[in-house]
Design a protein. Structure first.
Length: 75
């Protein structure tokens, strides 16, 4: 999963530099890059929150399974 993030980061960096040169001026290009970085940061933050929710859900399921398993061993 980390490899996928690294590849996406490299692709995004290349796209951002291309945008900077297409904008003509360095100031406009840098502003475009900063805007894209903000958008990417928001998307990554959303993905992290989604993953955290899934992780907590899985941890809850594991605890429930452990409780059920522990109850069966008592019998």
């Amino acid at each position: 999963m980390l490899e996928v993030v690294a590849v996406l980061g490299l692709a995004a960096t290349g796209a951002l530099w291309r945008m900077a040169f297409e904008q003509g001026s360095m100031k406009k290009g840098m502003e475009s890059i900063l805007n894209e970085v903000r958008l990417l940061r928001n998307e990554v933050s959303k993905d992290i929150r989604h993953i955290e929710r899934n992780l907590h859900d899985h941890e809850k399921r594991i605890r429930n399974l452990e409780d059920v398993s522990h109850d069966h061993k008592k019998r």
